[in-house]
Design a protein around this ligand. Structure first.
Ligand code: HEC
Length: 160
C-alpha cells in the first residue's frame, strides 16, 4: 500500500470524528449550565442571581460575590470561581472537589457527591466562560463584624 493509501482512511476518520467531538463538547457545556443553575453554585457565587436569576447574563455567572456570610466561623465571601478554577487542570479540579473542606456556607458535600462527569462539566463551563471579575474579599476571623450587606447565622447555643 502506498503511504497515501494508508493515510487516507486515517484522515477520513479524523474528519468524521470532528463533528461528534464538537457535539460532545456542547452537550458537556449544556450539562455544566444545568448544574450550576440547579445545584446552587450560581445562587451564592453569582452576584444578584438568587434574587433575580433571569436578570444575570451568563457571562456574569460565578464571578463571586461581596455579600458577607457571617457566623461562628467568621465571615466568608463566595469565591470568584472564574478566577480560581481556570488556574487548575481538570484533574486538579477533581482532586480539589473530592477533598473540598471550605468554610460555611459552602456546601462541600455537594462537590463530594457529584460524579466525575458532572464535576468535569462544571469545570469546562467555567473555562469556557473564561477568567473575569475581581477576587472575592478576604475572609475575616470570627468576631470581626463586617460592614455592609450580611447574612448572619446565630452562634450555636452553648448548653447543647
Ligand atoms: C450557600 C452558598 C454557596 C453555594 C450554594 C455554593 N458555594 Fe462555593 N463557596 C461559598 C463560600 C462562602 C465560599 C468561601 C468559603 C471559604 O472562604 O472558606 C465558597 C468556596 C468555594 C470554592 C473554593 C474556591 C477557592 O477560593 O479556593 C469552590 C471551588 C466552590 N465554592 C465551588 C462551588 C460550586 C462548584 C458550587 C455549586 C455546586 C458551589 N460552590 C456552591 C458559598 C457557596
Amino acid at each position: 500500500m502506498s503511504p497515501l493509501a494508508r493515510a487516507l482512511p486515517i484522515a477520513l476518520l479524523a474528519v468524521l470524528a470532528l463533528p461528534s467531538i464538537a457535539v460532545a463538547d456542547n452537550a458537556q457545556l449544556e450539562r455544566g449550565r444545568y448544574l450550576v443553575q440547579i445545584s446552587g453554585c450560581n445562587d451564592c457565587h453569582t452576584s444578584g442571581y438568587l434574587m433575580a436569576p433571569e436578570k444575570v447574563a451568563e457571562r456574569d455567572w460565578l464571578k463571586g460575590d461581596n455579600l458577607r456570610w457571617y457566623g461562628p466561623w467568621g465571615t466568608t465571601y463566595p469565591s470568584n470561581l472564574r478566577l480560581v478554577m481556570p488556574k487548575l487542570s481538570e484533574s486538579q479540579w477533581l482532586a480539589l472537589a473530592r477533598q473540598a473542606n471550605f468554610r460555611p456556607p459552602m456546601p462541600n458535600l455537594t462537590l463530594h457527591r457529584m460524579t466525575d462527569e458532572d464535576l468535569r462539566a462544571i469545570y469546562q463551563l467555567v473555562k469556557h466562560l473564561g477568567p473575569a471579575g475581581e477576587p472575592a474579599p478576604m475572609a475575616l476571623p470570627p468576631g470581626d463584624m463586617p460592614e455592609g450587606p450580611v447574612v448572619m447565622f446565630p452562634m450555636p447555643p452553648k448548653n447543647r
